[in-house]
Design a protein around this ligand. Structure first.
Ligand code: IVH
Length: 692
């Protein structure tokens, strides 16, 4: 639909261009973005589609026609012998299927095309030029044609070879790659910047870019930078047939090539590889934001050629973003299960990683002061995996002057008792927090009840945040033991409670009365006793009575239970009020399924790898259970792996395990192993057949 543009479209295109230019400069030149990459991508996508629909609006200086921003004047510049291109982005499986079709169509072939799948490293693109084996110039991408010379800075990075191994080089060799900062190094750098009252970096990418942009390379030298090489510029001496061969050749010359690169994959294997990398993303030591898919054959790459800003033989399949920017509307103070007062930001809803985020934890008062967070501020918000969203950084440039500072209240917002500053653990290792010490504080009670009834505790379906609040406010619950005294009649007195819901809740409560010891211990809400610790206690002593009889000393002897935990558990069971509540719980016909205490560790010496989604256990639960029984959990399958535990949508680990003959088991078989039984061979074999 190539229609001439009307004035509304014209205006929108102009606004988008100005906005993209502005954000481009902030991102590429000043390393200080005001919007997230995902928001930038959205603006760019809108502009691309408007220009496509209205060719009369196309212009050579549109942000869609070039990559990056002009180099900073303070650095010397250099021309790249071959332009440093960017990549087209894909966001869904369909985009990759279409990419594969385009490739095949252009090559006029029906057979499968083989691809290399590489992690899309979230750092800074660089080119390194070697002459006679010596690094002579390192430069940034700049606008794709001309980059900034950052040789002195790059030379400080230890993984950059300054001299190639003898005999391994050609007269001139240009390689390209990504400079990154790993997460640990990034956290450490930000902590030390906070200590010096310097602004923190929003993410490792910005920290890497900022570190490379130092005029004084002594500063760069102190920054934990690393590099992975993923391709070449002009490299006349490297006449290999495939991209994968080139990578191997570069590796043999001393360049660091990412170990997660998977060579020669069919389209289906590429899709599987994407899932695998997305799954392992949060566990990697550095940030990746997608998968780069490249046609492996260099002959095919040549035939496919390039467009103005990107090659036709490669595409970047982006993961869902984990950061976004939004505004803090208000700050509310919540009272947790243990009385800790936590400030929580109410945000203008923003979509991050496929979900709407409207709240983020601000942790404590010190954190608010350190980051200088004010009501009304525009902030970077990050959501990683299951973790509660957090505010990373304030975009101070967006301040209007109307923002207001926030102060923690002097009293508990739920019960009005005085808030007292206390260390979160006895050793003072953790930051101090304001706490409410009123044992009858309704907010703490509500949180305790929500925890008690939650899925991984008593699993009382229907008893969530809202109902817990109503029940406490109506005076029907004064401790979690009262839950078992609830009746349909009592429930029906609550607002908007129907007969059916009341019946359902009572049957959920009755069903929950048969409970595993580890879940029971977890549900009590003892400080420092999460699922793993509860499981360790249950496995070690096998019954509630036995756990209750332990001294702090005998408990602290167990691996995984330190002094703090041991004292907390002992303190809980020694408290007369807690004992009374316990008695009241047990009066209700609760059956605690203990299992036999495990003498010795059933999985000692065995190593496991987990893949896919298990029906009942989360990854971390499975890992904790294996480790509590003495087993080890690794991330990659090798001949030393004893078992691969595979769930639904298991990826290439399953294939590897099959290839090298590692035993594959499912969750049921894992549970049998944990109980000291050998899984029935038929069950695991059957499982393998199902998956083939
Ligand atoms: S290949 C013509 N491979 O993504 C191909 N790029 O938007 C150019 N990146 O500028 C790049 N990991 O900074 C390639 N394994 C990888 C990459 C990668 C990260 C970055 C690179 C590039 C940008 C493209």
């Amino acid at each position: 639909m190539n229609t001439p543009a009307n004035s509304t479209v014209r205006n929108r295109v102009e606004t988008l261009r100005q906005s993209l230019h502005h954000h481009n400069t902030l991102y590429h030149v000043q390393d200080n973005p005001e919007i997230s990459d995902a928001e930038y991508d959205l603006l760019m996508q809108e502009l691309v589609s408007l220009e496509k629909a209205h060719p009369d609006l196309q212009s050579p200086d549109s942000p869609t026609a070039r990559v990056g921003a002009p180099p900073l004047f303070v650095f010397e510049t250099t021309s790249h012998s071959l332009p440093m291109l960017s990549l087209d982005n894909a966001f869904a499986v369909q985009d990759i299927i279409e990419f594969d079709s385009r490739v095949k169509k252009a090559l006029q072939i029906q057979d499968a095309v083989l691809y290399t799948a590489e992690p899309k490293l979230d750092g800074v693109a660089v080119e390194l030029v070697y002459e006679d084996g010596k690094l002579i110039v390192a430069s940034t991408r700049g606008d794709g044609m001309t980059g900034e010379v950052i040789t002195a800075n790059v030379k400080t990075i230890r993984s950059v070879p300054l001299q190639l191994q003898a005999g391994a080089f050609e007269r001139r060799l240009e390689v390209r790659g990504e400079i990154i900062m790993d997460r640990k190094g990034f956290e450490k750098l930000n902590r030390s910047r906070e200590d010096k009252n310097l602004p923190v970096f929003a993410n490792p990418r910005n920290a890497a870019a900022g570190s490379l942009r130092q005029l004084d390379s002594m500063i760069t030298a102190t920054r934990p930078l690393d590099i992975f090489i993923y391709g070449t510029g002009l490299a006349p001496g490297l006449n290999n047939d495939s991209h994968w061969d080139i990578l191997n050749r570069l590796k043999s010359m001393g360049f660091k090539v990412n170990p997660l690169i998977r060579p020669r994959l069919t389209l289906d294997q590429v899709l599987e590889c994407y899932r695998e990398l997305e799954e392992s993303r949060s566990g990697l030591p550095y940030d990746i934001d997608g998968v780069v898919i490249k046609v492996d054959s260099l002959r095919y790459q040549g035939m496919l050629g390039e467009k103005s800003r990107s090659p036709r033989w490669a595409i970047a399949w982006k993961f869902q973003a984990i950061q976004g920017t939004t505004r803090i509307q208000a700050i509310e103070v919540q009272v947790g299960r243990t009385g800790v007062l936590t400030p929580v930001a109410h945000l203008e809803p923003v979509r991050i990683g496929g979900v709407w985020v409207s709240r983020a934890t601000l942790h404590n008062e010190e954190e608010i002061q350190r980051k200088d967070i004010r009501i009304g501020d525009t902030v970077f918000v990050e959501r990683a995996g299951d973790v509660i969203p957090k505010v990373v950084k304030v975009v101070t440039e967006k301040r209007s002057g109307n923002e207001t500072a926030f102060q923690m209240p002097a009293t508990c917002p739920a019960c009005g008792s005085q808030a007292i500053r206390s260390s979160l653990d006895k050793s003072d290792r953790l930051e101090s927090a304001l706490r409410c010490f009123n044992a009858r504080c309704p907010a703490q009670l509500k949180e305790n009840i929500i925890h008690f009834a939650s899925k991984r505790a008593f699993d009382m379906d229907g008893l969530g945040e809202k109902l817990a609040g109503q029940l406490v406010d109506a005076g029907l619950l004064t401790s979690y033991a009262d839950i078992f005294q609830l009746t349909i009649e009592k429930l029906l007195k609550l607002n908007r409670m129907g007969q059916k819901s009341a019946e359902n809740l009572i049957s959920a409560i009755n069903r929950s009365k048969k409970i595993q010891l580890s879940r029971f211990l977890y549900s009590l809400g003892i400080r420092h006793v999460g699922e793993n610790i509860a499981d360790i206690l249950a496995r070690k002593w096998g019954s509630l009575n036995a756990v209750m009889q332990q001294t702090p000393e005998s408990m602290a002897e167990v691996e995984g239970i330190g002094k703090t935990i041991a004292e907390s558990v002992h303190g809980f069971f020694s408290d007369p009020t807690n004992r009374e509540v316990l008695d009241r719980i047990l009066e209700n016909g609760i059956e605690i399924l203990s299992g036999t205490p495990v003498a010795g560790k059933t999985l000692e010496g065995k190593s496991f790898v987990l893949t896919g989604t298990l029906p009942n256990l989360t990854r971390s639960q499975a890992k904790a259970l294996i480790e509590a029984s003495g087993g080890k959990v690794g991330s990659a399958v090798s001949r030393n792996t004893s078992y691969l535990v595979a769930g639904e949508a298991a990826g290439s680990k399953l294939e590897t395990a099959r290839k090298i003959g590692v035993e594959i088991i499912d969750e049921t078989a894992l549970m049998q192993l944990l109980e000291g039984k050998l899984p029935a061979p038929s069950s695991s074999r059957l499982f393998q057949q199902c998956l083939i």
